[in-house]
Design a protein around this ligand. Sequence first.
Ligand SMILES: O=C([C@H](O)CO)[C@H](O)[C@H](O)COP(=O)(O)O
Length: 210
Amino acid sequence: MKLQLALDLVNIPEGIALVKEVESYIDIVEIGTPIIINEGLHAVKAMKEAYPNLQVLADLKIMDAGGYEIMKAAEAGADLITVLGASNDMTIKGAVEEAKKQNKEVLVDMINVPNLEQRAREVDALGVDYICVHTGYDLQAVGQSPFEDLQTIKGAVKHAKTAVAGGIKLDTLPEVIKAQPDLVIVGGGITGQADKAAVASEMQRLVKQG
Ligand SMILES: O=C([C@H](O)CO)[C@H](O)[C@H](O)COP(=O)(O)O
């Protein structure tokens, strides 16, 4: 099981400084969609240059032009790139094909997919690397969480690795780990804490313990 730190509400220098505090406790650093909107793929390039030993995920949430957008993120140094589960199969196929060419991984974000179990099976058959259940900020704000969705896809996905994101904190991490995802994604649960290193270190301990 791996731990991914999601950076969303910082600029490039703030993100690089934040990762310095938790570098040894995380496997993957995510350049979140808000950062990419603000800074472009330069943020991915800057993070990879600053931390060549960490994997960098570009949260592009690709919805169309799968192959082209994967190619651009790969050029910037991303190791993993997100594509939306709600996009067309042709988009996901194009993304997977290009990612394989570039030796990169595709994480399909199932945010707002209504027929989760069926779509997870379909996406799994397209050869993606990860399928991720995700409760976004707007649904977290009305009390939703991704925990039940994780159970749903665990029963449906046979080939891809599974991932979970959306409001995970230190106190809810044990419940998440029980469902045995391959990847746990945490944003505010680390970035919003006063002692980020202490929280990330404890999260790493729990994740490694499985
Ligand atoms: O993907 C995310 C969100 O849609 C904003 O882009 C976040 O990175 C993801 O939800 C993890 O962050 P937290 O919910 O703060 O853990």
